[in-house]
Design a binder for this molecule. Structure first.
Ligand code: GDP
Ligand code: IMO
Ligand code: MG
Length: 445
């Protein structure tokens, strides 16, 4: 049994929601540790399609505790809207949801600054989701953020809002030329949210620790992806949180010694939403075909996702910086019927071949991808339930991914439904290296 971190290995939308929903079956606690309602995680069951923005994708599994950790940025209005939608879809949410007191709040001005700053940037814009994520995390780092726990101390909350508005209103009025806010309006809105949210708020870190001590399984659900991580991604075209595996420890208040594995969710091709370098992007009919067959439209903003070939350079980098113990390859079915497939092996720039991820955004933008061409497969994979029944060419493609990422594949997804999943080895149900070590010491003494 294991405590497992699940993260995206590309630019988000790899299918993390589907994979977490499946793995949650063998978990006791599921924790979101970063990001906010910029995320859109889709789970398809026989009962319908569920899109999660803040709530962990494990919530559909009965009897599990779902946590929003301290690293998440929470827009209380968006949270309440999501809870309402899920409840109308028949999802039971009560004591099974715990929200960290330390999570930072997204305030109305964060969303206005997000939009205004994007507009001001013009062609340099990031292409954000407009959910206020960047400004909220900026306030957190600038030590003027307001935390979930503050919501339940009205005078503390009001004072913090008033203090912040002194600078914020100047920024809004004189830099962006938009209306400022009154503390009274914000307080009235947020105090109403406080009443609706209070029963969910608790000590998440303590709860996780107690669960770990009792030998329970914790599943950490990442949002976004490695290359959108604020430290390790294609900066500045990133989100503002730690979307890599390390973010799970800081964003949930758990030490790295408690973690047993890191699963990298990898789409069988590449997609990206918003601006930023994308070396294997296909602006032709092949890219259009991937977009159509993969239904590559954002779950949060509805924007069309840019599509391209699989990129082994960014995958190997993701494997390195996250320490992947295994991969879940998703959307293999989208490649069915393609006569050939390409995998990017390196980038050529100024006569030099880069096999490892360059830190320079300039190289990433200007480079020419160097491809290895593989044969495609004609048969449909969407009903295949075992690895050995996959077409030979699909197996070769997957084996090549394992070689290039230097990491074994544990799961293969061949459709959005739960039953369209090949599990080679369940990463939640394995003997944890941590526990193995503990046993070795015990038996030696
Ligand atoms: P996430 O943000 O990583 O959770 O991914 P999204 O939910 O934003 O995007 C993945 C989309 O692909 C969703 O619409 C899923 O229902 C869908 N999906 C997941 N796995 C597969 C798969 O193996 N094949 C196909 N065709 N669709 C999938
Ligand atoms: P999930 O969890 C894909 C992208 C935005 C933009 C950049 C910054 O569903 O994989 P932000 O609003 O975070 O400041 O935007 O990050 N982005 C995502 N792209 N999937 C996501 O989440 C994303 N969350 C943010 O498009 O380029
Ligand atoms: Mg998504």
């Amino acid at each position: 049994m294991a405590n497992l971190i699940v993260v995206g290995s590309q630019w988000g939308d790899e299918g993390k929601g589907k994979i977490v929903d499946i793995l949650a079956h063998d978990a006791n606690v599921i924790v979101r540790f970063q990001g906010g309602s910029n995320a859109g995680h889709t789970v398809v069951t026989r009962k319908g399609t569920y899109v999660f923005h803040l709530i962990p994708s494990g919530i559909l599994n009965r009897g599990k505790i779902c946590i929003l950790g301290n690293g998440v940025a929470i827009d209380p209005g968006a949270l309440i809207e999501e809870l309402t939608i899920l409840q109308t879809q028949g999802v039971k949410i009560g004591k099974n949801l715990v929200i960290s007191q330390r999570a930072h709040l997204i305030l109305p001005y964060h969303k206005v600054i997000d939009h205004a700053s994007e507009q001001a940037k013009g062609t340099r814009r990031i292409g954000t989701t407009g959910k206020g994520i960047g400004p909220a995390y900026a306030d957190k780092m600038a030590r003027v953020g307001i935390q979930m726990g503050d919501l339940f101390h009205p005078t503390v909350f009001r004072k913090k809002v008033e203090d912040n508005l002194v600078e914020v209103n100047k920024l809004l009025r004189y830099v962006y030329g938009v209306k400022g806010y009154s503390a009274k309006t914000i307080c009235r809105e947020y105090m109403a949210y406080a009443d609706q949210i209070e029963s969910f708020v608790g000590d998440d870190s303590l709860l996780i620790h107690k669960a770990i001590d009792r030998g329970r399984n914790i599943l950490f659900e990442g949002a976004q992806g490695t290359h959108l991580d604020v430290d390790l991604g294609t900066y500045p075209y990133v989100t503002s949180s730690s979307a890599c595996a390390g973010g799970a420890c800081t964003g949930a208040g758990v030490g790295p010694t408690k973690i047993d594995g890191v699963l990298g969710v990898t789409k069988a091709y590449s997609t990206r939403v918003g601006s930023g370098p994308f070396p294997t992007e296909l602006s032709d009919t092949i890219g259009g075909g991937l977009q159509e067959r993969g239904n590559e439209f954002g779950a949060t903003t509805g924007r069309a996702r840019r599509c391209g070939w699989l990129d082994a350079v960014i995958l190997r980098y993701a494997s390195r910086v996250n320490g992947f113990s295994s991969l879940a390859v998703t959307k293999l079915d989208v490649l069915d019927g393609a006569p050939y497939l390409k995998i990017c092996m390196g980038y050529r720039y100024n006569g030099k071949l880069y096999r490892d991820m360059p830190a320079s955004l300039h190289i990433l933008t200007e480079c020419e991808p160097v491809y290895e061409v593989m044969q495609g497969w004609a048969a449909s994979t969407s009903h295949v339930s075992s690895y050995k029944r996959l077409p030979a060419e699909a197996k070769r493609y997957l084996e090549r991914i394992e070689e290039l990422a230097q990491c074994p594949i544990d799961m293969i997804s061949t459709g959005s439904r739960r039953d369209q999943t090949i599990i080679i080895r369940n990463p939640m149900v394995q003997e944890s290296p941590r526990m193995k070590g503990a046993k070795a010491i015990r038996s030696a003494s």
